[in-house]
Ligand binder design. Sequence first.
Ligand SMILES: Cc1cc2nc3c(=O)[nH]c(=O)nc-3n(C[C@H](O)[C@H](O)[C@H](O)COP(=O)(O)OP(=O)(O)OC[C@H]3O[C@@H](n4cnc5c(N)ncnc54)[C@H](O)[C@@H]3O)c2cc1C
Length: 424
Amino acid sequence: MSEAHQNHLPQHPTKPAHSCSVDVLVIGGGIAGKACALGLAQLGLQTLEIAPELGAIVPTPQGSQWGQRIYAFSPSTQKLLAHLQIWDALDHSRLQVVRDMRIYGDRGEQHDQLHLSAFEAGTPQLAWIGESNLIEHTLDQASRFQNKLERLSDVVEKIEVSDTVSTVLLKSGLSIHAQLVIAADGANSPIRSAIGITASEESYEQNAVVANWHCTYPHLETAFQWFLPGGDIVAMLPLPNQQVSMVWSTSPEHAAELLSLTPSQWSDRFMSIANGAIPKQLGELTLNSTPAAFPLRKIRATRFIGPAENPQVALIGDAAHVMHPLAGQGLNLGLRDVSVLLNIIGKRESFRTLNDQKLLRRYERQRQGDTSALLWVTDKLKKLFSGNSSTEKQLRNWGLGLVNKSHFIKQRLIERALGEIHFD
Ligand SMILES: Cc1cc2nc3c(=O)[nH]c(=O)nc-3n(C[C@H](O)[C@H](O)[C@H](O)COP(=O)(O)OP(=O)(O)OC[C@H]3O[C@@H](n4cnc5c(N)ncnc54)[C@H](O)[C@@H]3O)c2cc1C
């Protein structure tokens, strides 16, 4: 039982055979699970969230050291957080607005770039950059005051689905009965496998090395990205206080090498790529975090609801889809799953139960298109820009400049990055 929130559930079940019933069970304590559980409870549904790390509130980030996990948040994510009454509670001094995105080939030439601008798109900003912990902390705080929401630090070991109810057995011995189960249990989703949903999976054979840097030149509220020969991609995302967050996607061997570089070796490395474009743009860079690496892969669940014959479970977030971080969209897509699910459940006809097949199919139908399109675009961009042949090199450099001349394509790219979502 969660030390933080224990209202109606039995005390920590040291002995097996305790059980309880809820309307919805959310499995997973990442941002997708936390946001979904809070939103469902705000709809008045008795909700239980389970994950191993829910015992304590994620500490609020503070000071000059910034968190390791930094995300680009799209306007669709902002809308969901505002709907959950989280957005205004965030410490906005730790959020950086992005007004421009500049994407380059490896020659570092100004005319090779694709430039997306909030001004041209007629929108106040393209995205915000901030720490994962900032959002998680505020979601944790809001969850404490939501009396329809219980949180439990535990691990799901087994799920059984009958015609009307799902029963989930936890490591502690507690069993939970729920009308609807939301699997937000991440890329390796044990629930996805347990209910027989298969997933296509492909490794990019790359790791993303992330680190935060102070820069001597202003970043001008711009997110920069360079596509390099051999498939490396370096993104520099703006942060407050003249900092940038780097995401360098590269081979696992090169990633291991990057993790062990000294400060002067880092400067040499930055000088050696794209004709020194990074220091030309951002000045001298000083490391302000411990670099870390994450393996990159693409995953897509074949279905977003299951089991096939009698769906009672909906997949959201990385449990349903994982993509390359080059577009900074993985979590944003997962939070659009949450928005759509909240909309569908919130507007359901009074005669429909939470696990009504039609409701769940509505959710799956509405999420297929957005997910397929974003996974496809991200995957194709990654592969198109990885090649080393002279045609691919030209495409990488001139192609960006050509796309830059098309207002139509740029507008479509921006629309995809903003991600439309409405709450009624
Ligand atoms: C380098 C990098 C950069 C990225 N940048 C961006 C970005 O800029 N913008 C963006 O939108 N996305 C970005 N992403 C993607 C983003 O990190 C993920 O999409 C997001 O973190 C997924 O959140 P989630 O809540 O779905 O899953 P997770 O955060 O993985 O959470 C899964 C949860 O399930 C729990 N769990 C697992 N098994 C069980 C079990 N048996 N019982 C109970 N609980 C269980 C776990 O403990 C955890 O709490 C990036 C990814 C990488 C690797």
